[in-house]
Design a protein. Structure first.
Length: 209
């Protein structure tokens, strides 16, 4: 368990968003933090659950659309903005089910980057069946590889890269992208670094996981 003294809390209000904001297990958002400019993401497949409404930050969404136009497979957003309350409810649900073990696979409230509205989990639409596919990384390897090599051109980074688990605190997640702006994303891609390493190099204060 993290000690209170090891945690850096952000006291942000809605208008104070910085696209390079760091959120991880040691850099938390507070409960009242809701990003400005959330936009509704319309469903693109009749196979997707229309009751599950998705929102993301506006600039993030417009860049996602540009990337999607060029991506060899059509992408869709599986998960975007998640509120503090949502994460709290999720944790409580799994706590009842699995007890303490749930802390290993559910992010604690305030530690999820999805609360910024700048993070997306994406999937692809299989053109032959028109069915959504999300985590079949081996089967759709070339499309995932395209994302790996091109996302930075649209301002996104792969937030939890392979082999950087000790720095990010998360296992490799090829479907989790984080919008950070084109300039920063290109630099991070060129240096093959994580957001934590990038911010440290820029002399920003970062609490290590
Ligand atoms: Zn995610």
């Amino acid at each position: 368990m993290l000690e209170k003294k090891d945690i850096l809390y952000y006291n942000l209000v809605g208008d104070n968003m910085d696209v390079s904001i760091l959120v991880n297990k040691n850099n938390l958002l507070n409960a009242s933090y809701v990003p400005r400019n959330l936009v509704f993401v319309p469903s693109i497949s009749e196979h997707l659950d229309s009751h599950h409404q998705i929102f993301v930050e506006k600039e993030t969404y417009s860049h996602f659309i540009k990337m999607n136009e060029k991506c060899p497979m059509k992408m869709y957003i599986v998960s975007g903005y998640r509120s503090y309350q949502y994460q709290q409810d999720l944790l409580e649900y799994y706590y009842k089910k699995d007890g303490e073990e749930c802390y290993s696979y559910v992010a604690s409230p305030g530690t999820s980057e999805h609360q910024t509205g700048l993070a997306i989990d994406f999937g692809f639409i299989d053109a032959s069946t028109n069915m959504p596919v999300s985590q079949e990384v081996d089967q759709y390897k070339s499309a995932f590889d395209w994302i790996l090599k091109n996302a930075h051109l649209y301002g996104f980074i792969l937030r939890y890269p392979e082999g950087k688990e000790k720095i990010t605190g998360y296992k490799y997640e090829p479907w989790h992208l984080r919008y950070i702006g084109i300039e920063s994303a290109k630099e991070i891609y060129k240096n093959q670094e994580t957001l934590e390493e990038y911010l440290e190099r820029k002399s920003c204060y970062v609490k290590r996981v």
